[in-house]
Design a protein around this ligand. Sequence first.
Ligand code: CP3
Length: 342
Amino acid sequence: MTKTILRALAGETLDTPPIWMMRQAGRYLPEYRATRAEAGDFLSLCYNPDLATEVTLQPIRRYGFDAAILFADILLLPQALGADLWFVTGEGPRLSTVTGPDDLAKLKGVDDIHETLGPIYQTVRNLSGALPAETTLIGFAGAPWTVATYMIAGRGTPDQAPAHALKAEDRATFEALLDLLTKGTIEYLSRQIEAGAEVVKIFDSWAGSLSGEDFRKYALEPAREITAALKARHPGIPVIAFPREAGNGYVGFHAATGADCVAVDDSVDAAWVAEKVQPGGCVQGNLASRHMVTGGDDLVSEVRRIRDALSNGPHIFNLGHGITPDADPENVTLMIETLREK
Ligand code: CP3
């Protein structure tokens, strides 16, 4: 029998939607913190196939999610392209910056990324042999715009101002960087698929800061190009796009990009998503992550409301963004039990 996530991605409406959770392997789980301590730091964990396999499997063992997502990070691609990358505890990522043509010229070509990323492909191979038969393996990458915002600023930014500034002041460098990332993402995801990923997801966490023509050129168009190239090389591979906080930009995103599923954040209402986005294909989302911290009756009623609002079309249940480190693991159990109660 086909796996539930693959059925939903193929357009089937299921009685109970399949479920997984963004950042399901993460610091809210004591077993994750233990393995991360064993690895030493986050990047060492990403590049250790045995330990990365272990943390990917932890939430599957604990909760029986319908999908496992490869344990890695969207910033490994810039590192493979030659950027320096490190994580400052309690603050987040830091990278060497790309602010002009000289920085861009120092980066490697897309065919040179695989040496660095080899351990990631090994993790995917390990997982495709280790997962339960009913669990779907999801590979992923960052979308070019989101990855570029980190490369240009050298860190996370609340408003992506440095990336918007480069776009305004040196559009040629900005567009060449996006093009390099688009081509690199195609090669990176293609290798993940060859290693055993059954679905790929493109995370455009900062898509919401692009509007109008910029949204079309720098969020929609790269997603279309990546999806088309992957489907040409790997016919039938399902693609989930996540143009986070796109708002009205979610409408028509399936058709414009060829993505099989559009993941939505929790700033849009599930009933609106059912009416405006789900006719285009499968949708994924969109419980607010804070319910994993607060739990209780609010969690139960929100899970039911979202499940029922999206029950007339293909739906994969998920959070609207990643689970946070202060979440209570018991609330994840409550979310899953509530979803599957009927
Ligand atoms: O979802 C999963 O469980 C799979 C693994 C995964 C991670 N990051 C592991 C991680 C995935 C899919 C990502 C995606 C990612 N990484 C995104 C896009 C999704 C989103 O959240 O918007 C972004 C923007 C990043 C970049 C990144 N990585 C930041 C900004 C940070 C620091 C902030 C934070 O949450 O700590 C990371 C670190 C990171 N990536 C952690 C994990 C489990 C925490 C590292 C730790 O153990 O300290």
